[in-house]
Ligand binder design. Sequence first.
Ligand code: MG
Length: 322
Amino acid sequence: MTEQTSLRGNVRSGRTRSGGTSQKSAPARAGAQAAKSGFGKKTIALVYDFDGTLSPRPMQEYTFLPKIGEDPKAFWRECNETARAQDADPLITYMHLMYKKAKARGVRIDRDDLVALGRDVELFPGVDEWFGAMAEYIQIRSELSQGVELRHYLISSGLVEIIEGTRIRPHFHNVFASEYWFDPYDLPYPKRVITDTGKTQYLFRINKGIEKLGDSINEHMPEAERPIPFSNMIYFGDGDTDVPSMAVTRKNGGHAIAVHAGGKARTKCVNLFKAGRCDFFAQADYRRGSELFKRTTLLIDRILADIRVQEETWRMARAIER
Ligand SMILES: [Mg+2]
């Protein structure tokens, strides 16, 4: 059952089917309309990193690297060494090296193959049911605030193509990830590379409702016109690469949760928590009743309460003007 089919009543689910670039600032339009007809800031955005957050390992390790006969550890080591030696961006380096090595080994992997590889990407326990469970939770809790919409977004340095092949892709309103250009070059060429700091651009795109990547994000937009305030956002990440996104989200009034795979990996989250990067941390167990589930819904309760307070203020202000 998908998030959409499981929805009843007042929780609207928003998502695009086409990789998300087809809608021209729909939230911005909705926000502008709502400003006339009703309180417009009722969209909650749960924004996720992918590798290490929803999936235990980097997505390339499940299928692409085995397919070209690469040992993951050796591959990432070579990426880092090459990037350092050449003063190159590590993400561009990994995207280039993947295909350089595939070619050297005579393995042809086109876009469709890459999408097909997504099917084998492993997810943390409960991820499949998480989207439906969150929709249901908001459905129950938002009865006093009709018209709350829940959206899930993905911002990843991994590959759009692999994510497209995963079974959870349909739950995302939009996916922002690194991507290849397959046609114009001898080897597939990075079309878009999403670095750690680059991720923050996409948070602002969600915030401003400018999700079409061809539209400029830099123009000033007053807070009042931004359809999804940061205070309605929760960012989920697992490590240092998420620090810029967590910092931007929290500094702008939003929330962040750090997740870990258990064992030693917990230390990273403890450090993020101590450094004030996240509101909470928890093991990446997405099943109902887990610590992650409880802490997420606690933040959602707060967001819903905030929405009600703001909506009431908005109503009063309108009543006075009449
Ligand atoms: Mg990660």
